[in-house]
Ligand binder design. Structure first.
Ligand SMILES: Cc1cc2nc3c(=O)[nH]c(=O)nc-3n(C[C@H](O)[C@H](O)[C@H](O)COP(=O)(O)O)c2cc1C
Length: 272
């Protein structure tokens, strides 16, 4: 197995950096080809929203490292993602990659589903509600199945080594090595089994849904009931993403054209 470990913190000798280096060493003691990469080593610029990548099927014109980055990630059979928590959620650099989803899609759409694990480093407790859902959104949008997702705690550089950091890395690598694809089963859980999100959108009564993957969740005791058929057809499956591209994104162009006259009229009225 070829494991790629991605560190999404800029802090040298920081917690993600140290855990990444430990993962690299731990993986190499088993039969794993291991590659440690740092997001900061790639220049990723902001999406400009031109839509040419998807509507005209063109390569993105932005001169940066997005395609190189995706190629490096795609080289692996599994991805271990390490990211610090900033203001309850992921660092902006991860979001910058996610924002390029439309131009990345061509590169990831035909790749087999691979396992991924996210580890969010945070401190203190309870200031991290968006961290794992967003880290896992990153994994799902790049075509990974999230097989586990953890928090490790630590503020200063190296603190995670005194907490559950080392054990979490070892467990994660074992999980990734031992992973064999199987469909999701119906289950009761306190978090969404697709993306480990603990935040739910209320639909009505005791019916909720996961905002990341849209899996329906019915309140049961102190958890939620998830049906296998829903879990196996969540928003980020290859079929549903293909459908979203073909039946929504691509259709926005002709639909927009029919509205152009009206938009120009409105702009004139508003002197815009
Ligand atoms: C700008 C900034 C904002 C932060 N916000 C949070 C936060 O909202 N929740 C949290 O749990 N930790 C927060 N932290 C703490 C970091 O997540 C923590 O120090 C972590 O260990 C950093 O990982 P690193 O050493 O790999 O960079 C913040 C740190 C910084 C620098």
């Amino acid at each position: 197995m070829h494991l790629v470990t991605l560190v999404a913190s800029e802090r040298r000798n920081g917690n993600c950096d140290l855990l990444g280096r430990y993962a690299e060493r731990y993986a190499s003691t088993s039969d794993v080809k291991s590659e440690l990469i740092y997001l900061k080593d790639f220049e990723i610029k902001q999406c400009q929203g031109c839509m040419r990548c998807v509507l005209n099927n063109e390569k993105c014109k932005i001169e940066d490292d997005i395609y190189t980055f995706i190629d490096v990630i795609q080289n692996g059979d599994a991805l271990l993602l390490l990211a610090p928590t900033y203001v309850l959620t992921v660092p902006g650099t991860l979001k910058m990659v996610m924002d390029r989803f439309l131009c990345i899609y061509e590169k990831v759409k035909d790749k087999p589903l691979r396992p991924g694990i996210s580890i969010g480093v945070c401190s203190p407790i309870d200031w991290n509600q968006f961290q794992l859902p967003l880290m896992n959104l990153f994994l799902l949008s790049l075509g990974y199945r999230v097989i586990n997702s953890y928090f490790v705690y630590g503020a200063g550089q190296g603190e995670v080594l005194l907490e559950n950091g080392v054990e979490t890395i070892e467990n994660s690598i074992k999980n990734l090595v031992e992973y064999r694809p199987k469909p999701y089963a119906s289950q009761i859980a306190k978090y969404c089994p697709i993306d480990f999100c603990t935040l739910f959108e209320r639909v009505e009564g005791d019916k909720f849904r996961c905002p990341v993957c849209l899996a329906p969740a019915v309140l049961k005791g102190d958890g939620f009931y998830f049906e296998a058929k829903d879990l196996n057809h969540h928003r980020w499956t290859k079929e549903n993403i293909h459908d979203h591209f073909v039946n929504w994104i691509l259709k926005t162009k002709p639909r927009y054209k029919t509205m152009l006259k009206e938009i120009f009229k409105k702009k004139r009225e508003l002197c815009l």
